[in-house]
Design a protein around this ligand. Sequence first.
Ligand SMILES: [Zn+2]
Length: 336
Amino acid sequence: MVKFPYTRPRRLRGKKGIRDLVAETNISTRDLILPVFVNETVKSKQPLASLKGHYYYPPESKELIDYVQDNMELGIKGFLLFGVTNMKDYYGSRAYDKSGPVYRAVSNIRRQLGSEPVIFTDLCICNYTTHGHCGLPKDTRYGKVIDNDETLKIYRKIAVTQAEAGSDFISPSGMMDGQVKAIREALDSAGYSSVGIMAYSAKYASALYGPFRDVMDSSPGFGDRSTYQMDPRNLAEALKEVQLDIEEGADIVMVKPAMFYLDVIRTIKNTYPHVPLAAYNVSGEYMTLITAGEKGLIDLDKALLELAYSIKRAGADIIITYFAPRIAEILRTIGG
Ligand SMILES: [Zn+2]
């Protein structure tokens, strides 16, 4: 039985100034990383039908520089680059070729904008290979399997190429076992010990990657990714993946997707509070909210703040999101 005088939670909700003072979670543009698609097959920036509001940028274009610069002026400092090519082969050699899209784009940004932008480069081969898998398939008497350790040899080459271009953080997303260790060793032995690794540690085999795969033309040619990406039913396994990545030398770990995996984010943060944690708010989450907003079913700007707060509240330090520019604009308007 609560006796008078009793605590009234509503006293702390009486006006905006009070609510702001006692808010437990805050979001800043400094927490955001913006994914950017650099495509060597386009001559000028091209809108992406399946990822509304985003574009392909030619790697060496001024349009790419302007885009990065405009977002830096909004307060966004982190950019995650993905390369798109039509020159695909079995190994994904365009990913470690210096004439490939990511090498040229990162070099261009470094030449024009110097060291200030924090550049993350996605490291995978699904977007560079004819088979569309994140690892190299081989035929066995049980059918095709993804050869983990042969794939690591390719990842090592890609990491060194990206570091040479000027990447700050190599970001392996292929979910091969031992990928962080392999990349760390390759970077160190090539003299890039100061280049970091943001590992896609708990990357789930999610249905929410559809728009991204369309943009990247990276759907697997056979089977699916469930032999290397995580099973959505698992939480404890995410701790194992994160622990391995930390032991192998990851500087930042990541959960992907974000919205359906807030429990995973919270559990990882509780278990490894000393390691920066990123959450990837993926393309399917993005387009679902965009579509609901366009239909007038939700107030998109309010929903985006709620989205960002929920991911931060769950324990993420960094949010990778296609909404980064829009969230930055909203924060500017509300004086966040
Ligand atoms: Zn991949």
